[in-house]
Design a protein around this ligand. Structure first.
Ligand SMILES: Nc1ncnc2c1ncn2[C@@H]1O[C@H](COP(=O)(O)OP(=O)(O)O)[C@@H](O)[C@H]1O
Ligand SMILES: O=c1ccn([C@@H]2O[C@H](COP(=O)(O)OP(=O)(O)O)[C@@H](O)[C@H]2O)c(=O)[nH]1
Length: 321
């Protein structure tokens, strides 16, 4: 739909373009331009300052006469009110419309009605938690292929939003990520909800790296739905540090450096661990050790997830959706 609109726009712009380019006539009629400049040398109400015959008068008006100053100021004021202010308002409105259109193009906006109608409760949501660098992303990607999940990484969604040129949250997200802090949950939950709604045909979602504190966990339950399970990658700090520094050599991420990593660890131990403890009380946590080869860790992950689907009476490996 958008490409059809864009083509129509392009066609109409191309049809108008010749009007804007200078015509041959403009370049071949110097006599007209000459006459206009001759005219400028004659004294008139606009060029008194440049004309020797008008100099004395000009000093009187613009140098000393208080009424002239008041009149000029009120002219300027009314000029602002009548021309510049409406122009600025119009320009701002155009910008807002462009932003809204861009948000829709990016699939970032659903109406309240569409959100209300979406069957979040019918979806199987598994949160994937664990320290930074514990293997959440690596194993989630593999689970997508084997179990037909949609993988939604909260960190990736935030980084994508940060880069979106018209996003109002770009600078804020960049700051929170670099400082290892947790971005206000309204933003992250909005992105996750939109991303789920972008896949209405899919029933299984892995939400990776979220929730990172108890407030986020409750807000998601209240405004979206409850997760069925939590897949937790248990990993000692020394292993996390080694893997993150290694990933930092190629990831290009603003937070895979020692200063940010220390801050992320602090946030993880203070704010994120209590979420895992809380879900464990409800018997929702599947724990997988991050130690071992990639294949070894995934084998354990696979077995546990298969077991979970069997326990809720679902076909573990549905045909690819
Ligand atoms: N079992 C493993 N052994 C060694 N390196 C691993 C293992 N699992 C993941 N990694 C590597 O560790 C780094 C962090 O993994 P990643 O999946 O990005 O973690 P997270 O998503 O939890 O931050 C990546 O460079 C990844 O290739
Ligand atoms: O729900 C979330 C998920 C991520 N982040 C931010 O994104 C960063 C990177 O998260 P990601 O899950 O991509 O990476 P990890 O730290 O697990 O390697 C975190 O440190 C937070 O600053 C956040 O604020 N809220």
């Amino acid at each position: 739909m958008f490409s059809a609109t864009r083509n129509t726009l392009l066609r109409s712009l191309q049809a108008r373009a010749p009007l804007r380019t200078p015509t041959k006539r403009m370049f071949t009629q110097p006599s007209r331009i000459l006459r206009a400049s001759e005219h400028q040398n004659k004294p008139n109400q606009f060029n008194m300052g440049q004309n020797p015959q008008g100099r004395g008068k000009s000093r009187l008006i613009f140098g000393f006469h208080p009424f002239a100053i008041i009149a000029s100021l009120s002219l300027l004021g009314s000029g602002y009110m009548m021309i510049i202010k409406p122009y600025l308002e119009w320009n701002e409105k155009q910008k807002q419309e462009r932003d809204e259109k861009q948000a829709k193009i990016d699939g970032a906006a659903y109406s309240e009605e569409e959100i209300k109608q979406f069957p979040f409760d019918k979806k199987t949501i598994v949160f994937v938690l664990g320290g930074p660098g514990s293997g959440k992303g690596t194993n989630s990607e593999k689970l997508v292929d084997d179990f037909g999940f949609v993988h939604l990484s909260a960190g990736d969604l935030l980084r994508a939003e940060q880069k979106r040129p018209v996003s109002q949250y770009g600078d804020l997200i960049a700051y929170y990520i670099k400082e290892g802090l947790i971005v206000p949950h309204e933003i992250t939950i909005g992105l996750l909800r939109n991303a789920m709604m972008d896949h209405p045909e899919n029933d299984r979602f892995l939400i990776d790296g979220f929730p990172r504190n108890l407030v986020q966990a409750k807000a998601f339950e209240d405004t979206v739905c409850k997760a069925k399970k939590v897949l937790y990658f248990e990993c000692p700090e020394s292993v996390l540090l080694e893997r993150l520094l290694n990933r930092g050599k190629t990831s290009g991420r603003s937070d895979d450096n020692i200063e940010s990593i220390k801050k992320r660890f602090k946030t993880y131990f203070n704010d994120s661990m209590p979420v895992i403890t809380e879900y464990a009380k409800d018997g929702k946590v599947i724990t997988v050790s991050c130690k071992g080869t990639m294949d070894g860790v995934y084998k354990n992950t696979y077995d546990q997830v298969e077991q979970f689907f069997k326990s809720i009476g679902q076909d573990a490996r549905p045909k690819r959706q």
